[in-house]
Design a protein around this ligand. Structure first.
Ligand code: ASN
Length: 502
């Protein structure tokens, strides 16, 4: 494995800027790594060396011509296959969009292109972002680089696996119920769900529009901040985009200090049902924060217990409406259009064949929850619960600056283990869903390996709306202190595939 693939994005940018390497060389090193390992990991749905190298060449030319480029210019990035890209297909992990080439770039794709980042490929995901393991992808599951028999998390599991396997230093994802933080946690990397409205949804294929939040993945807290900063900011193409200055997250990641910060441990996110090794690492991380000068207290958020059921009414309701656009008429798959059938019949055949079982389950759940006679009892009630959860956060943030919990109740489970048990699958997001419902910001940073299985554990930090900088202060402080203790990054402890550099 080329040494270049082990570098952080910040280091790569610096090497490229100083002329010690080029965007083309860096892109080639990552393409080689993908060729060597992705047959086993299956992190990517689409890789096209010619397109990637042409992008890299263009960045090198722009630099040579003296053009001012962003701080991550020349660095490769993998995009979750839910971000539209004009030069690569976009499927959202679904058969219904197989081979679709979007006519426009997502705002985030476009901003990162303009800043000089090079798209290394499109990553695998649960179909339309519905799942926690990537097993709901129509194109086969992604494997966790720590242990190929385990899940890489989901729905952004292709992105987390690509970054953990050194196939890309940076990746994008979307978090609707935990789809960035949970995959980051189970692959030992960093992932952030920015404040809702802080990152543009324009050109991101919609699942649940009041929850969907694009965000960054990287192996270091600083890289994660640099990426988030590179794509953040108001977008007039997204009606829920926040028109306020973005929080100073890169500065916070560099500051990495928690002295005097008030940290609340959420009483309801821990205890029974959680893997002991996850709780051990979490408790140690909390002690570590205390030793770094943070003031730690326990905080109660009584309505968090209802977050999961509320989410599984709100998200499917919004999905049933959003996915109505896949009607076999405008784009994507069309089945049975042989002149003998009505448009409605073609639509029904296409949707029956084009959508997988989890997507169909959610469309049916959501349609039921929104149907007349049931709307108040289900969708309406869930929205009231959402308000109670927001109030829990408001009350908690009067007492503390950030909240912490484990990111997930368990480490990466085995592929297949929960595939036929949707309820067990949904539990993977127990700790992450509250921040999605409230729209505030949260990060997952590695905090060690579980005693039982030696797999990565994530620490979740949650901050109030538009206080994303606090996530990075805490995340960077934990990262720095733990790396001192471990003598290097957590990923360096990963076995065979990641370490050996095949
Ligand atoms: N999309 C997400 O954020 C993940 C969540 N597991 C879901 O299936 O809805």
């Amino acid at each position: 494995m080329s040494e270049l693939t082990r570098r952080s994005a910040a280091e790569l940018a610096e090497l490229i800027a100083s002329g010690r390497t080029s965007a083309v060389e860096v892109a080639q090193a990552h393409l080689d790594r993908i060729a060597a390992v992705d047959g086993e990991v299956n992190a990517f749905l689409h890789v096209d060396a010619d397109t990637t190298l042409a992008q890299a060449r263009r960045v090198d030319e722009r630099r040579a011509a003296g053009e001012a480029l962003g701080p991550l210019a020349g660095v490769p990035i993998a995009h979750k296959d839910v971000f539209t890209t004009t030069d690569m297909p976009t499927t959202a992990g679904s058969r219904i969009l197989e081979g679709w080439r979007p006519p426009y770039d997502a705002t985030i794709t476009a901003r990162l292109r303009a800043a000089g980042l090079v798209i290394i490929g499109k990553t695998n995901m649960d179909e339309f972002a519905m799942g926690s393991s990537t097993e709901n992808s129509a194109y086969g599951p992604t494997h966790n680089p720590w242990d190929l028999t385990r899940i890489p998390g989901g729905s952004s599991g292709g992105s987390s696996a690509a970054v953990a396997a050194y196939e890309a230093p940076l990746a994008t994802g979307t978090d609707t119920g935990g789809s960035i933080r949970q995959p980051a946690a189970v692959t030992g990397i960093v992932g952030t769900k920015p404040t809702y409205g802080g990152s543009s949804r324009y050109g991101v294929i919609a699942f649940a529009s009041s929850l969907d939040t694009p965000g960054p993945f990287a192996r270091t807290v600083l890289d994660t901040a640099l990426l988030q900063e590179a794509f953040s900011g108001h977008d007039r193409m997204d009606s829920t985009s926040i028109d306020r200055p973005a929080p100073p997250i890169v500065e916070a990641a560099r500051r990495a200090d928690v002295a005097g910060l008030r940290i609340g441990v959420v009483r309801e996110l821990g205890g029974e049902g959680y893997q002991p090794g996850v709780l051990n690492r979490f408790n140690e991380a909390v002690e570590l924060l205390e030793s770094l000068g943070a003031k730690v207290t326990e905080v109660s958020c009584p309505h968090f217990t209802y977050a999961l059921p509320a989410y599984y009414l709100i998200a499917p309701s919004e999905c049933s409406s959003n996915l109505a656009r896949f009607d076999a008429m405008r784009y994507g798959l069309r089945v049975g259009d042989d002149g003998s059938r009505s448009a409605e019949e073609v639509m029904a055949l296409t949707r029956a064949e084009g959508f997988g079982p989890e997507v169909k389950r959610r469309i049916m759940l959501g349609t039921y929850a929104l149907s007349s006679g049931y709307y108040d009892a289900y969708y309406g009630k869930a929205q009231q619960v959402r308000t109670l959860i927001i109030r829990d956060f408001d009350t908690a943030f009067e007492q503390v600056d950030v909240l912490v919990s484990p990111t997930t109740p368990t480490t990466a489970f085995a592929l297949g283990e929960r595939a036929d048990d949707p309820m067990a699958m949904y539990l993977a997001d127990l700790c992450t869903i509250p921040s999605d419902l409230a729209g505030n910001a949260a990060i997952s940073v590695p905090c060690g390996l579980a005693d039982e299985d030696g797999l990565p554990v994530g620490l979740q930090v949650m901050a109030p709306t538009l206080a994303d900088d606090r996530l990075y202060r805490v995340g960077a402080a934990v990262e720095r202190a733990l790396e001192d203790r471990w003598g290097g990054p957590l990923l360096a402890k990963a076995p065979e595939l990641v370490e050996a550099g095949r």
